[in-house]
Ligand binder design. Structure first.
Ligand code: ADP
Ligand code: ZN
Length: 600
């Protein structure tokens, strides 16, 4: 009698996971049935498993096309730690090494080969590939195939030929970011649309979502960080200068914070990245140059000091937190200035007006998210085409905003803008609405306008109102004209058509006056003090192994695995194999040591 190995067997025996995540099993089945697939899943959703599991069940090799050496190396390290043999060919290795890797795949010693698109498409490689007769081509970072996507790569353009050259192989493409048009384009290029397109797992319930208007960047950052002490995370800034400034602010307060931006030398960048991967509780303060290809599963927080460029970018950036599924925090602060700057970037971009229009609309969606009056996650999921329930793990769910009728104040403000000729910035029009007697007002005789002094709310209150009016498209900040404020059609509806203006109460709360329950506290497994102590001993042991191996700690075990270990307290091999993230191969290498540590 023949015992069939199932995908689930491979998942648990080789990778140590007890169950497929939603979406994974479906993709694995499609691949095993011989169908082409494009899977759009966010960072951290577990795309690799979707092709690594079938690769172990197919009778011919799997070839994974990946754009970056760092990505390949990380994947290979992770696989080897699980005892799965893997080959990779790239320019970072000697010729001899590459030849040896080819032998490993050609002889069937390994079933998985990683290489770059430009290498694959070399005529000699293609000829050798024909003899290898792969069962599956995997295109990683598949959005690079499409000119519609955010990062077209010419060397990916050629991959459309694969399907013709290898009619027996199926193609599985993966990306974390592709809107409707881009998906269609990828599927049509890679497999003439003959295959399945799956969008899955955009919901990352373990990530908390918080957005706050700017009051004081340094104080807000330090407040946020206080709750993150001892954790590792990423702080994103817009400018290189600020990455260095805020890294220093954090270092002054005793955090292990390092800057990262494209202006640092390659050595410094490499070293900071390595330290981030290898040491516990390192905080990287970075521009968006940091992140792509970083595979660290226990990043506990991502904090944005500025507005990101779009919801796609934002979701990809916060998606670097909590890839192990354990509770993780994300926060963002944004200001009117950020909106101004983003609009400026789009206008300065020099691309055609259609493109600019699309970009402005994407920015609008992001601003709508920032000013959300209902669950943030619902807004995000709707944007990515998934529906969802209020999450309970965002600041809006936890502290539902009070909506107020601010029609009178809005009329005063919009009236001030209209009556001053739509030629002034926020400071001046607020002063007019409030009836402040500034020199500028006297200079222009604006004290005689009907709107003058029609509202009495404090300045910060008005700034909050104005930010919402800009985010919700009542007002435009005109970048070509030094950021002056202009009325959009919705504002005229308020002024002239009797519409009312409902908004979140802009009253500035004193920081810390209302305690937000952090996701990490609410979901924290109930670890008593003994358990907490055990967890830190296990972390120390993990660090020892990681140092010996010269690999990042998560290659040994993820945080989620250690937490599971602490709550289960396995006493023997069988118990240990029940722990999520422990498979036989990892057990053979690390299991006994961890059992001994748990026994105490
Ligand atoms: P992606 O490529 O989508 O960004 P990865 O493939 O790197 O994500 O997986 C992210 C994390 O999720 C890894 O730590 C991986 O071990 C873990 N993971 C993947 N699938 C499962 C599963 N079925 N059960 C538990 N953990 C999983
Ligand atoms: Zn919510």
């Amino acid at each position: 009698m023949l015992f069939m190995t199932t995908p689930l067997d491979i998942l648990s025996d080789q990778f140590g996971h007890n169950a497929f995540r939603p979406g994974q099993a479906e993709i694995v089945d499609y691949i095993l049935e011989g169908r082409n697939v494009l899977a759009v899943m966010p960072t951290g959703a577990g795309k690799s498993i979707c092709y690594q599991v079938p690769s172990q069940l197919l009778d011919k090799p799997t070839v994974v096309i990946s754009p970056l050496v760092a990505l390949m190396d990380n994947q290979a390290a992770g696989l080897r730690a699980n005892g799965v043999p893997v080959a990779s060919i790239h320019s970072g290795q000697s010729r001899e090494e590459n030849v040896a890797q080819w032998k490993a795949i050609a002889s069937g010693q390994t079933k998985l080969l990683y290489l770059s698109p430009e290498r694959l498409m070399q005529p000699r490689m293609l000829a050798a590939m024909r003899a290898l007769d792969p069962a599956l081509f995997v295109v990683d970072e598949a959005h690079c195939v499409s000119k519609w996507g955010p990062a077209f790569r010419p060397e990916y353009g050629d991959l459309g030929r694969l399907k013709e050259m290898f009619p027996n192989a199926r193609v599985a493409a993966f990306t974390a970011t592709a809107d409707e048009a881009t998906r269609k384009d990828i599927a049509s290029q890679l497999f003439k649309g003959q295959g399945e397109v799956i969008v899955h797992g955009f919901d990352r319930p373990n990530l908390s979502l918080t957005v706050a208007p700017l009051s004081n960047r340094t104080n807000q950052l330090l407040d946020w960080m206080e709750a993150q002490r001892g954790q590792c995370g990423i702080v994103y800034c817009l400018s290189r200068k600020n990455t260095e400034k805020y890294a220093e602010v954090l270092r002054d307060k005793g955090y292990n914070a390092l800057p990262y931006h494209a202006g640092l030398s390659a050595e410094v960048r490499f070293e900071n990245q390595e330290r981030f991967l290898a040491e516990p509780a390192v905080i990287i303060v970075a521009t968006i140059a940091f992140g792509m290809g970083i595979d660290k599963s226990n990043v506990r927080f991502v904090y944005h000091l500025n507005l990101p460029s779009s919801l796609e970018a934002y979701y990809q950036e916060i998606g670097r937190a909590g890839r192990d599924g354990a509770p993780s925090e994300t926060g963002m602060i944004y200001a009117l200035d950020d909106i101004r700057m983003r609009r400026q970037f789009i206008s300065d971009d020099g691309s055609d007006s259609d493109h600019q229009m699309r970009e402005h609309r994407r920015l609008d969606a992001l601003l709508g998210y920032c000013e959300a009056a209902k669950c943030r996650r619902q807004i995000l999921m709707a944007y990515f085409g998934e529906s969802s329930e209020p999450c309970g793990n965002c600041d809006v769910c936890q502290n539902p905003p009070v909506l107020i009728d601010a029609t009178d104040a809005a009329k005063a403000l919009f009236g001030a803008i209209e009556q001053t000729g739509q030629r002034f910035g926020s400071g001046h029009v607020i002063a007019v609405a409030r009836g402040d007697e500034t020199d500028r007002i006297k200079q222009f005789n604006h004290q005689d306008l009907p709107a003058f002094g029609q509202a009495k709310q404090p300045k910060p209150w008005f700034q909050g109102l104005l930010r919402q009016a800009v985010a919700l498209r009542y007002l435009n900040v005109n970048m070509e004209a030094y950021g002056r404020l202009e009325l959009l059609p919705k504002a005229y509806d308020i002024l002239n058509a009797g519409e009312s203006f409902m908004c979140k109460d802009p009253t500035v709360k004193r920081a810390g006056s209302k305690k937000v329950i952090r996701a990490a506290d609410r979901y924290k497994p109930d670890l008593n003090s003994d358990d907490t102590e055990l967890l830190s001993r296990l972390k120390a042991l993990r660090m020892d192994f990681a140092r010996q191996l010269g690999k990042p700690a998560f290659v040994v075990f993820s945080d989620a695995t250690l937490i599971d270990m602490v709550s289960r307290k396995p006493e023997n091999r069988a118990d240990m194999l029940d722990v999520s993230g422990v498979g036989p191969s990892k057990f053979d290498r690390f299991g006994e040591a961890f059992l001994a540590e748990i026994k105490g």
